[in-house]
Design a protein. Structure first.
Length: 136
């Protein structure tokens, strides 16, 4: 059987790193994924990352960041506060990847332009470079 998922989407909220009682890092987050055939419809996908993947996600991603996740779909049953039986469907991460350039991840800003003093052009002398020999 094959259970493989690859998704690209944007974080709905900042990821939050948690630790299990055994000291294992985990984060659960949701990404918004546009449908390919109808860009006006968005699916909200629940994602879970463990250990180093969880730490990496929480360190380098934030709300609005584009991410690519690879993993598998898992379901689990639980009982809500009112005693109703529920089923959760989540993507458990194997790998995560940046999906946009570093410049786009931060707030847009003008690139810093440094200026250097040129001086007066009269301070420079012309060089005679036409000696007929090629340098190679």
């Amino acid at each position: 059987m094959l259970n493989r998922v690859i998704l690209m989407g944007r974080f709905v909220a900042d990821p939050e790193l948690r630790t299990t009682p055994n000291g294992v890092s985990v984060t659960a987050f949701r990404i918004a994924v546009n449908r390919t055939y109808n860009r006006e419809q968005t699916d909200w996908i629940d994602i879970v990352a463990w250990r180093q993947q969880a730490e990496f996600v929480c360190k380098y991603f934030q709300k609005g960041s584009m991410i690519v996740v690879e993993g598998s779909i898992q379901t689990r049953n639980y009982e809500d506060k009112n005693g109703n039986k529920r089923t959760a469907v989540e993507v458990v991460v194997d790998q995560v990847h940046f999906a946009e350039s570093k410049a786009k991840e931060s707030a847009p800003h003008e690139p810093k332009q440094e200026s250097f003093p040129v001086g007066n052009m009269d301070d420079y002398e012309d060089l005679d470079t036409d000696d007929g020999d090629l340098p190679f």
